[in-house]
Design a binder for this molecule. Structure first.
Ligand SMILES: CCC/C=C/C(=O)SCCNC(=O)CCNC(=O)[C@H](O)C(C)(C)COP(=O)([O-])OP(=O)([O-])OC[C@H]1O[C@@H](n2cnc3c(N)ncnc32)[C@H](O)[C@@H]1OP(=O)([O-])[O-]
Ligand SMILES: Cc1cc2nc3c(=O)[nH]c(=O)nc-3n(C[C@H](O)[C@H](O)[C@H](O)COP(=O)(O)OP(=O)(O)OC[C@H]3O[C@@H](n4cnc5c(N)ncnc54)[C@H](O)[C@@H]3O)c2cc1C
Length: 647
């Protein structure tokens, strides 16, 4: 069982608990004989589809096998995520099928719609994606232009894309893979607008896979990463669908065209909240993968000497290397811990909403936005740090670090661009401040904002650091509120004042997220550690400590502004940090081994368990198609005539 599983006492990494000779990764046909990077764009897609059908059939087999157990959907998503790392360096073309299409039907469909469509979708008789973003708008969903006009005479919706900018643009699998799709479109009934609503739309003929009349489809082209995800475009030309294809769990359109509003228009945004919650654990997985690769490589790689009289040392013995990498181990653990906690918050709030209580939706939205942002931002930065920490070999695709970076950095944009989501959380913080100032109660994760006690003496302890981060967050929120108030009093509109304060708002929002993450990581580890062996508990506490001290040192400027931290405290914190690096160093390889990511999942020449780094680099180099012949034909065609002055 992996370290993370022990911590959260949950069969999280179920993959490693299965007998290795009889599990999904024992199916050799899932893997490539020619590395993905040597294929053309078209071949990459076709090869990804070949593997996709095998992968999903096997996934059905192995996941059904576990049907009787208590595995949550989030654990299934985690399982799929880890196995997909082994099969696809760049994610599968059908990732949105389970990732958003099924959750959208489950979250937005009526019981009858769910019964019919979920069965077909789960059996993979139909394949789907989630189409919201358009060429002209991703962030501002109220500005989406695709329309769904209800025609009571035929009881149909007419889907239409009136402009080039209204083309759906980005959905994964949309290009050539899926035949159905949840489309988010602006609903009109007899000329009246009723907001953005979800529609389940058939795009391709189920037998021929040809686009249906009135449906224009294609792929959007090559990207920085996710090259096998088959992101696509879609436009409708007065395309008609039956009335029962609007997903009507929340808002409804009756046969005669009567619109029945749901309890909140924001329920149509529910699929996005679900995915933001899931992303946090996905980022913890990417971080565990990159940390395992870089730490193992750093134990194998020897370069230079610390003392001239000694042999070349493992690069992991350089304290600068420990500074680069040990935080990556702690970060993976911090995010997997926070992800589990957030999942519990999510399921709790969803349960309340089923019985009509929407009170905690705003807090969930603010938390999901902030944790999605900080996890994607930190992990993409730290994966890149892992790549750089592997020197030249980290630049090779065969290290799998460049692909991993592509997967992490994409998440900074998708499912809500990070700045935009921080501003959503800031909106919640400013409202909380205003509410709290009037003596009204605040949600549990924002209640600390109203701590009006005098700034206490700084303490270089975990409690002291977490309290310090709360002070920073509260101080920044207060600054923002003051600046907005001042601007408004000077005659600036609230919206312009907000925009003029937005750099500070983003910083306040990030500070709040860090305070939540530090406190959650600390409390969840303390709770779980009580059941662990003393040595394991000790090492976990060292990682929590390292994480808190690292962020305190990273945010010294803020702490100096908003707390009583002094120069002496900073020096002591720096010393604590260096002591922790030294204490954790002997366990570094053990800690990444405890993530228990199999070689197939790491998919890396640098990170394999046996440490045969150089042999693997050579084996992979020999797979380059250029090495198939000693002289390439371009020599005769170009180089030779060029060198002889004939070209
Ligand atoms: C593998 C890759 C897969 C990727 C897939 C994708 O990317 S799919 C595409 C992913 N695309 C994206 O992620 C697009 C990102 N863009 C968005 O999510 C939205 O357009 C927005 C949230 C930025 C603004 O929306 P807006 O202009 O409608 O809203 P507003 O700012 O005017 O605020 C009004 C009120 O609504 C509240 N509220 C808002 N959202 C939620 C929510 N989910 N729940 C609950 N509440 C929410 C908000 O707090 C505020 O409350 P207040 O203060 O009045 O009490
Ligand atoms: C790999 C990938 C996969 C995707 N998959 C899907 C999918 O399956 N389905 C789907 O529907 N979509 C998908 N998307 C689209 C994605 O959700 C959007 O790209 C994302 O929401 C950002 O929107 P945008 O591209 O319009 O960026 P923009 O909003 O145009 O952002 C550009 C810049 O403007 C800034 N900005 C915009 N609005 C504001 C504001 N209000 N305040 C301050 N700054 C602002 C942003 O911070 C950013 O710096 C995917 C995107 C990517 C990259």
């Amino acid at each position: 069982m992996g370290l993370v599983d022990q911590l959260v006492n949950q069969p999280h990494y179920t993959l490693v608990n299965q007998p290795r000779e009889n599990d999904i990764l024992s199916h050799k046909e899932l893997f490539d004989s020619i590395p993905e990077e040597y294929l053309s764009h078209k071949e990459k897609y076709e090869n990804a589809i070949r593997k996709t059908v095998l992968y999903y059939r096997l996934m059905q087999k192995y996941q059904n096998y576990k049907e009787g157990s208590t595995i949550l959907d989030e654990t299934r998503a985690n399982y799929r995520n880890l196995v997909s790392f082994a099969v696809f360096k760049d994610y599968p073309p059908l990732m949105l099928h389970n990732g958003m299409f099924i959750p959208a039907i489950a979250g937005q469909g009526t019981p009858e719609q769910q019964k019919h469509w979920l069965k077909r979708a789960k059996n993979m008789e139909i394949l789907g994606t989630y189409a919201q973003t358009e060429l002209g708008h991703g962030t501002f969903i109220r500005g989406l232009e695709t329309t769904a006009e209800y025609d009571p005479s035929t009881e149909e919706f007419v889907l239409h894309s009136p402009t080039l900018t209204s083309y759906k643009w980005w959905p994964g699998g949309l290009g050539h893979t899926v035949n159905y799709c949840v489309v988010m479109a602006q609903l009109y009934i007899r000329g009246r607008h009723h907001g953005m609503q979800p529609f389940l739309v058939q795009l391709r003929d189920e037998a021929t896979h040809m686009p249906l009349p009135g449906v224009k489809l294609g792929e959007i082209g090559a990207k920085l990463g996710l090259s096998t995800v088959n992101n696509g475009f879609l436009a409708f030309e007065h395309h008609r669908i039956p009335r029962d294809r609007m997903l009507m769990k929340n808002a409804q359109v009756l046969k005669d065209g009567t619109f029945v509003a749901g309890p909140s228009s924001k329920l149509a945004y529910g699929t996005m909240i679900y995915v933001r919650v899931i992303i946090v654990n996905g980022m913890a997985n990417l971080m565990a993968k990159a940390a395992t690769i870089a730490v193992r490589y750093s134990a194998v790689r020897r370069q230079s000497q610390i003392k001239p009289s000694e042999p070349e040392c493992q690069i992991l013995d350089y304290v600068t290397q420990q500074h680069k990498l040990l935080i990556c181990i702690a970060t993976s653990l911090a995010f997997s811990t926070c992800a589990r906690w957030l999942w519990d918050v999510y399921t709790g709030v969803m349960g309340q909403m089923e019985s009509g209580n929407m009170d905690h939706l705003p807090e969930l939205h603010a938390l999901a936005c902030s944790l999605k942002v900080v996890s994607t931002m930190d992990v993409s930065g730290l994966v890149e740090r892992c790549r750089l920490a592997c020197g030249g070999h980290g630049f090779m695709h065969s290290s799998n670090l460049p692909y991993t970076y592509g997967l992490a950095t994409a998440a900074c944009t998708y499912e809500g661009e990070n700045t935009v989501l921080l501003l959503q959380t800031a909106r919640s913080l400013v409202k909380a401040w205003q509410k709290g100032s009037k003596g009204k109660p605040l949600s549990p994760t924002e209640a600390y904002l109203m701590d009006k006690s005098p700034v206490p003496k700084w303490e270089n302890t975990l409690d002291g650091i977490i309290a310090g981060f709360r002070r920073v967050s509260a101080g920044k929120v207060q600054d923002c509120v003051s600046k907005i108030d001042k601007l408004v009093k000077m005659g600036t509109s609230y919206e312009d004042a907000w925009n003029q304060t937005s750099v500070r708002l983003v910083a306040a929002s990030e500070a709040h997220s860090r305070a939540v993450i530090l406190a959650t990581f600390r409390s969840e580890v303390s709770r779980a550690a009580a059941a662990l062996s003393p040595p394991l508990s000790r090492v976990l506490h060292q990682l929590v400590h390292l994480y808190c001290v690292y962020w305190a040192l990273e945010r010294l400027g803020d702490l100096l502004l908003y707390t009583s931290i002094a120069e002496r405290d900073v020096q002591e914190l720096q010393q604590q940090y260096e002591d922790l690096l030294q204490k954790i160093r002997p366990n570094a390889v053990g800690l990444v081994d405890a993530f228990d990511l199999r070689d197939e999942i790491l998919n890396s020449t640098l990170g394999a368990y046996d440490g045969r780094v150089y042999e693997r680099l050579m084996e992979e180099a020999l797979k380059s198609p250029l090495n198939a012949e000693p002289v390439n034909q371009s020599f005769h065609q170009y180089l030779k005539p060029f060198m002889h002055g004939k070209l």
